[in-house]
Design a protein around this ligand. Sequence first.
Ligand SMILES: *[C@@H]1O[C@H](CO)[C@@H](O)[C@H](O)[C@H]1NC(C)=O
Ligand SMILES: *[C@@H]1O[C@H](CO)[C@@H](O)[C@H](O)[C@H]1NC(C)=O
Ligand SMILES: *[C@@H]1O[C@H](CO)[C@@H](O)[C@H](O)[C@H]1NC(C)=O
Length: 436
Amino acid sequence: FLDKTLLTQLLTLISLTVALDNGLLKIPPMGWMAWERFRCDVDCQDDPENCISEGLFRDMADRLAEDGWRELGYEYIIIDDCWMSRLRDEQEKLQPEPSRFPGGIAKLARYIHDRGLKLGIYADMGTHTCMGFPGTTLDKIEIDAQTFASWGVDYLKFDGCYSNPVEQMQGYPLMSKALNATGRPIVYSCSWPAYLGGLPPNVNYSLLGDICHLWRNYYDIQDSWDSVQGIIEWFSDNQDDLQPAAGPGRWNDPDMLIIGNFGLSVDQARSQMALWAIMAAPLIMSNDLRNLANSARAILQNKMIIAINQDPMGIQGRRLLQEKSQIEVYWRPLSHSASALVFLSRRTDMPYLYHTSLAKLNYDAGSYEAYEVFTSSTVTGLNATTVFTVSINPSGVVMWYLIPQQKPRQSDTLYDQHKKASQFMFHKAKPGHSTL
Ligand SMILES: *[C@@H]1O[C@H](CO)[C@@H](O)[C@H](O)[C@H]1NC(C)=O
Ligand SMILES: *[C@@H]1O[C@H](CO)[C@@H](O)[C@H](O)[C@H]1NC(C)=O
Ligand SMILES: *[C@@H]1O[C@H](CO)[C@@H](O)[C@H](O)[C@H]1NC(C)=O
């Protein structure tokens, strides 16, 4: 239903706009967002602890600052839908609902900044937000960008309910320009591709990478393993389109981490964390940090997984194999010739003994050391041809961080490694090669 000529004209227009290349998000963002756990709970009468209000965001900021999260990189506190008043003010500015945000957003931003954290906020390219609050139509983009900057906002999630693809084609780049024009460095998270089906030719990832720091490709995550599996499957089935789009300053966003809520077992929570690290995904939790099981905390605060996720080369990983046994193998190349492997079981019976070798996963000859990420055990002296066995729980993972035991050649600077890896990742269909 799109007019091709109009789209082409718009694209030409857009390619002349200023890119939002302000050096932000060279590694995927980490933090906390309200939506999946707290939704549009506006009932502060009966549910004062959990309703969308300044108290909720202050509580979560306290937890990030005091419980060791901030030091691990979790720094963004992001407000989602339902923070607004139903009406703009006399100057047409968005304003928070006064009963739930009596101090206003600027004051909340100061509270968050005082704790060494950053504030994210939500708006919608369209006539209304998804939950029916005031939208940001094309004529309001500039004023809304200015308002957010004046409040000290550091991150904008720009949703796409109640607009059509032609309006989105104008609005998303315009907001990028408008944010840039405020002079305040603001992370720009676009929901645009999700509203276009997430894939080329509807979605132009090169354009998205120019204007957004991250983008939601696919449906909202829900609190269930089905939802997590569906997301992993979609991202992997479409990795040839999605994987090359990611890199420093431009990230695919498979949506929030739901670890610590109600829907995932411990094994499934490990699986989500492992796959999000492989996918170079934003690590944005949506859970109740005031009441978090120790098992969930240990997964979310696992330093090795975080380091894998935050690897500075920023190359998104791939699914290498889908075995008939319902075991899947995922791989991500990392700095210093290291790599990560994830063995995921989609089985529903019992722990499965999977036999393979690094050579079968296309690793180069040589020996390797592997660290098991969740048990902190080490496997030394792995020859590429050594057949090894991993025991993978149903809907669980075994995750390895691998380093080759001989050093990379002196001439291989990080740049060379990146280039080789990129060539491999972007131009070859067949998976796996450990010498970057
Ligand atoms: C605005 O865009 C220019 C050009 O890409 C960039 O150098 C600058 O850092 C950006 N400023 C902000 C605040 O985003
Ligand atoms: C995608 O966007 C880029 C601008 O970043 C543009 O140069 C290119 O022509 C677009 N591709 C298509 C197929 O429209
Ligand atoms: C790996 O093992 C094979 C056979 O076991 C052996 O021939 C080869 O020399 C070994 N390579 C290394 C680097 O240890």
